[in-house]
Write a protein that binds this ligand. Structure first.
Ligand code: UDP
Ligand code: MG
Length: 323
């Protein structure tokens, strides 16, 4: 297999016909052996039926379907796990990532890179708030992480088998794949494209899912929030110490001690806020530690037509064999 295309699908019934037609046309034109893997992430519309039909009609097309909605990053992970191409393309299923770019991405990869990501030159049809928060987030992330996560890119990219194999060795539960790929290294480059509007349907990424993704990105690649919690502790207690010195001085040398209600309220509330914030930050990290220590499988596959590919089963068999 020369090239695999992995497309996560969550309620994309309105986009699937056009998507499949455009991707198939691109694959037809490529002089190599290709496969197209749709990962159904617990859609509750007709997406699953549609991809099953497509897979039945075209031997190049395969499907994986989850037992429920596990999220975009996990759906990509499953597709990568079961792909067999020497190179793998990951793209969205809502036609925001133009399939026609696949050939260019593949050609660029052959120039001697392991990853070619597609960078958004422009983005159409997104709300001003989403554009602004995305912009701020990627720049913040770039500042606080030691890994060079490319600005203004999603998961639309092509990567070599080497990179896919490296990704498979990173079993963390809280996936931020674009960060993991940056962390892996090798020669990486990018192509620019204009990201169009979602063709039909509604975004599967709700704001709470997006915030979750952002938090995963930060906590997986930076300890700065923890350090800031420590740092704010030092600053606040330093300030409190100075106030204490003044309070003692005022009591014994100036012989006046005011009524003190405002100062007590302010310091109690301020300290309470700082403490809660610090505890919250620590909690975010501990929650992720907990998720990883439970060692649950990342996803449960309900059904797939990819031969020999029920990883949850093979894992439990593996465990049983190990004793
Ligand atoms: N998606 C998914 N699971 C989810 C949410 C989204 O597999 O829980 C898929 C969705 O079908 C699409 C891609 O991930 O192919 C990107 O989702 P979306 O277009 O909603 O994200 P946005 O473009 O708004 O960032
Ligand atoms: Mg989209």
């Amino acid at each position: 297999m020369d090239l695999s295309i992995v497309i996560p699908i969550y309620n994309e019934e309105t986009n699937l016909p056009a998507l499949n037609a455009r991707v198939s046309a691109v694959l037809d034109a490529l002089p190599m052996q290709t496969e197209l893997i749709y990962v159904n992430d617990g859609s509750h519309d007709r997406s699953l039926e549609m991809i099953r039909e497509m897979a039945a009609r075209d031997p190049r097309i395969h499907y994986i379907t989850f037992s429920r909605n596990f999220g975009h990053q996990i759906a990509i992970t499953a597709g990568l796990d079961l792909s067999s191409g020497a190179a793998v393309v990951v793209m969205d299923g809502d036609l925001q990532d133009p399939p026609e770019l696949i050939a260019e991405l593949h050609a660029k990869l052959n120039e001697g890179y392991e990853v070619v990501y597609a960078k958004r030159r422009t983005r159409q049809g997104e709300s001003a708030i989403k554009l602004l928060t995305a912009k701020v987030f990627y720049r913040l992330l770039a500042r606080i992480t030691s890994v060079n996560i490319p600005l203004d890119t999603g998961d639309f990219r092509i990567m070599s088998r080497k990179v896919v194999n490296a990704l498979k060795q990173m079993p963390e539960q809280n996936k931020f794949i674009r960060g993991q790929i940056a962390w892996i290294g090798y020669r990486q480059t990018f192509l620019e494209f204009d990201r169009s509007e979602r063709a039909g349907g509604v975004p599967g990424y709700t704001y709470s899912k997006l915030i979750g993704l952002a938090m995963d990105g930060i906590t997986s690649f930076s300890d700065l929030p923890l350090r800031m919690a420590t740092f704010s502790g030092f600053v606040v207690s330093g300030a409190a110490f100075l106030v204490m010195l003044y309070a003692i001085y005022a009591r014994f040398f100036l012989l006046h001690s005011g009524t003190g209600w405002p100062s007590i309220m302010v310091s109690v509330l301020f300290l309470g806020g700082v403490q809660l914030m610090a505890v919250g930050v620590i909690g975010e990290y501990i929650a992720r530690l907990g998720a990883n220590s439970r060692q649950r499988p990342l996803y449960i596959i309900d059904d797939t037509d990819i031969p020999g590919a029920m990883p949850t089963e093979s894992k439990s068999v593996e465990r049983a064999l190990r004793g």
